[in-house]
Design a protein around this ligand. Structure first.
Ligand code: SF4
Length: 439
């Protein structure tokens, strides 16, 4: 019997992805193991053969936490028999070879989807070191009942094989994730969680198949699960929301007197300029953006638009077109989140610096992306750079660029503030938000 140790902290760093991986191992292998939770006191960690510590780095702060865990392990044990397996979405942006140099205790680093490779690691079927998963099939699976009480955000997947688009500023199109899950499978999972008092579900999909989502809503309606709420990432302007959503919106309202149970649907718009959208290969039109905005408002769907500022190659015409659209629509937009373009070596743009008129200034260290100081600073896959600005006819640094975008951000920040206020009504902790004993 193997023992797998998983970090658990009631406040911030719950290791939800690990519980999904462990569910997969249970459902698709004969490996026998126990799951044991630990915190920074390390009181129940047993340093013996056949034991593993799994840790997922999803944020830079979790890198710091990982360092702390290793330091405390060093203090507690002279040598480690326990194997340490590291993964998580953020790991691909960190120099994992440097992580291994500073932390030789780490036996395996998994970059990419960890389901299949983890079975091999536990079967001792692969060597120690870095495993980058670039292809492969992941079988369907659901969260195992054993872990229902440990997760904060129940994740549901429809068609998350990979994003079918390949926007030039994005690195996500390289990632291969789940195989398809049918609506029935997803609904079965919701039903089981509903009994366990989960009410809010997070649907993660690169490009959400909205027709499937509508069928899922129909299932919920028939089952009278009127108090479910969905938080959706993967909204896409390139679809006809009006045609797909209007019938179910009517039905839902008739049955419940409420609008559709969408807590939030997050949609990536990036920039409102057809020339710029074409330049980056974002397969949407400004007309589709306008339609999406109109339908979401009409149907009272709570949405969050993601906007990407500071992209290279944006002409003056595009910049002002985008600015005008934000100004004119700031009253209609439900909520908006502004991100700044980060140049990572995993993007198309990085491989075509001359085309986008970018000059590299050096790699960013992890310490430069956070407030806390790490114990060991490492390189990231992000770069400092300056890019050519048509208006001023010179290269601008990020700081100068941010100042230029301030004239637009004014309108966006108003929206962000508003969103923050409306979210105040919600309990802060995801766990409490997702799992309500009242209803
Ligand atoms: S920005 Fe969105 S649509 Fe474009 S490649 Fe990335 S995930 Fe896909």
């Amino acid at each position: 019997m193997k023992r797998i140790f998983v970090y658990r902290d009631e406040i911030f760093h719950n290791q939800d992805p690990i519980f999904y991986i462990l569910s997969y191992i249970k459902q698709h292998s004969n490996i026998k193991f126990t799951t044991e939770l630990f915190d920074l006191s390390l009181s129940n960690i047993i340093n013996v053969e056949n034991s593993y510590l799994f840790f997922s780095i999803r944020t830079i702060n979790e890198y710091i936490l990982f360092e702390d865990i290793i330091y405390y392990l060093r203090q507690k044990f002279k040598t480690l028999n326990l194997k340490i397996v590291l993964g998580g979405v953020t790991i691909r942006f960190l120099d994992y070879k440097q992580i291994l140099e500073y932390y030789p205790e780490v036996s395996h680093i998994v970059v990419g989807s960890g389901e299949e490779i983890t079975i091999k690691i536990l079967s001792e079927d692969v060597s120690e070191g870095v495993h980058e998963i670039t292809k492969g099939i992941i079988k369907n699976y659901t969260l195992d009942l054993e872990y229902y009480d440990y997760i904060d955000t129940p994740l549901l997947y429809f068609d998350n094989n990979r994003c079918i688009n390949s926007c030039k500023f994005c690195e996500r199109y390289n990632i291969i994730l789940h195989k398809r899950n049918s609506v029935e499978q997803i609904f079965n999972e919701i039903e089981k969680m509903y009994i366990k008092k989960y009410r809010v579900f997070y649907i993660f999909d690169n490009i959400l198949n909205q027709r499937k989502f509508v069928r899922l809503l129909e299932y919920c309606l028939r089952a009278k699960m009127y108090n479910v709420r969905f938080i959706i990432t993967g909204g896409y302007c390139g679809i006809d929301y009006e045609k797909i959503y209007k019938p179910i919106a009517k039905e839902w309202k008739k049955a419940t007197r409420n609008d559709m149970p969408i807590h939030t649907i997050a949609v990536g718009l990036e920039i409102y300029s057809q020339d710029a959208l074409n330049l980056y290969g974002k397969k949407i039109t400004t007309e589709q953006i306008d339609n999406t905005l109109k339908v979401f408002n009409e149907l009272n769907i709570n949405y969050l638009f993601y906007i990407l500022h500071g992209l290279p190659g944006v002409s003056e015409k595009s910049f002002f077109e985008h600015k005008r659209w934000i100004e004119e629509n700031s009253k209609n937009i439900n909520s908006v989140k502004v991100n700044y373009f980060q140049l990572s070596s995993l993007t198309y743009i990085y491989k075509h610096l001359d085309q986008f008129k970018i000059r590299l200034l050096g790699k960013k260290k992890i310490s430069e992306m956070m407030n806390k100081k790490p114990r060991n600073d490492i390189d990231t896959e992000f770069y400092y750079y300056e890019l050519f600005d048509e208006e001023s006819n010179k290269y601008l640094t990020m700081d100068e660029l941010i100042k230029k975008y301030d004239q637009i951000n004014y309108y966006c920040h108003l929206k962000e503030k508003k969103r923050g206020q409306s979210f105040k009504k919600m309990p802060f902790k995801w766990k409490r938000l997702c799992k309500s004993s009242k209803s």
